[in-house]
Ligand binder design. Structure first.
Ligand SMILES: [Zn+2]
Length: 289
């Protein structure tokens, strides 16, 4: 079948050249869970991976219901309008949706300056007005993205959802989950899970080496900070919270994800997946001790 007729699927069409790459839109390593919602096919190739935090409401619901946060999150994303392809939980890595499907995960209308249409929002970013409305955050953002003008210049398409696969990280809190440092909200396993999914996508879609230092690996607050900076959408404190990359004390160790991608490229995806399994098992042991 020719390149044009395959469209987005072509990203995965020559997978035999990359025997351990993602096949037919599903990870070789994530646990597949049912997603009963119908999602539509993407118009273009998968450009990048966007990292998110799940809301802490997941943890409160887990407490109330006596279920694990992973179960609550998977039930939630199965039925929510805004959803995800992957969830890196406290107990494992899961995939709900074929990465060739379009999923809503980065809203582009509501936020700072109220409700704007998608194209107005893009113009707001391109004009530089976004930086005036959140100067402290913009300074942090620019330090992370030298040479980039705005969130919209991180990716080629009109809207992030068209370009990105989503991975949600369930935060630690309320006695759930483990972190490796006081300010962090996610476990070592969750950082490695992001690296693994990124490498699988990179193999399937032939992203260039060093993609982890480009817009192909970004967070929700990098791509759509209008709704992800400051409490209740008030951006004046300059602190991103989805997933908390750009903060005085970051919640996520972004450089460590990049480092695991570099190491995983060298050690091999199978080996990195094996390591991830060990990390999740060790977390389970620590919880039951
Ligand atoms: Zn998000």
């Amino acid at each position: 079948m020719g390149r044009s007729s395959r469209g987005a699927a072509l990203c995965f069409g020559e997978w035999t050249r990359y025997p351990r790459a993602m096949q037919e839109g599903f990870s070789n390593y994530a646990e597949r869970v049912a997603d009963l919602k119908r999602d539509k096919r993407r118009d273009g190739d998968v450009f990048g991976l966007a990292v998110h935090t799940s809301g802490s409401g997941i943890l409160r619901r887990a407490r109330e219901k006596g279920h694990s946060p992973d179960k609550i999150a998977l039930d939630y994303y199965d039925s929510a309008t805004y959803s995800t392809h992957f969830v890196a939980g406290h107990e494992g890595l899961y995939q709900l949706t074929d990465v060739r499907e379009h999923v809503k995960h980065i809203g582009y209308t509501k936020g700072v300056d109220g409700k704007l249409s998608g194209s107005q929002r893009r113009a707001w970013y391109h004009s530089g007005k976004w930086a005036e409305s959140m100067p402290e955050f913009a300074a942090r953002w620019r330090a992370a993205w030298p040479g980039k003008a705005s969130p919209s210049s991180l990716h080629p398409g009109k809207y992030p959802n068209g370009d990105y696969v989503a991975i949600e990280l369930i935060p630690a809190g309320l006695g759930y989950g483990r972190t490796f440092g006081e300010s962090y909200r996610y476990s070592l396993a969750q950082h490695v899970a992001v690296a693994l999914v990124a490498l699988e996508l990179a193999g399937a879609c032939r992203w260039p080496d060093d993609f982890e230092h480009t817009g192909r690996l970004a967070s929700h607050e990098d791509l759509g900070p209008h709704g992800r900076v400051g409490p209740a959408g008030n951006p004046r404190d300059g602190e991103g919270w989805d997933p908390g990359r750009h903060r005085a004390e970051p919640w996520i160790a972004w450089a460590m994800i990049q480092e695991w991608i570099r190491i995983g490229r060298r050690m091999g995806i199978d080996e990195l997946a094996g390591l991830l399994e060990v990390l999740y098992e060790a977390d389970a042991d620590a919880v039951s001790d």
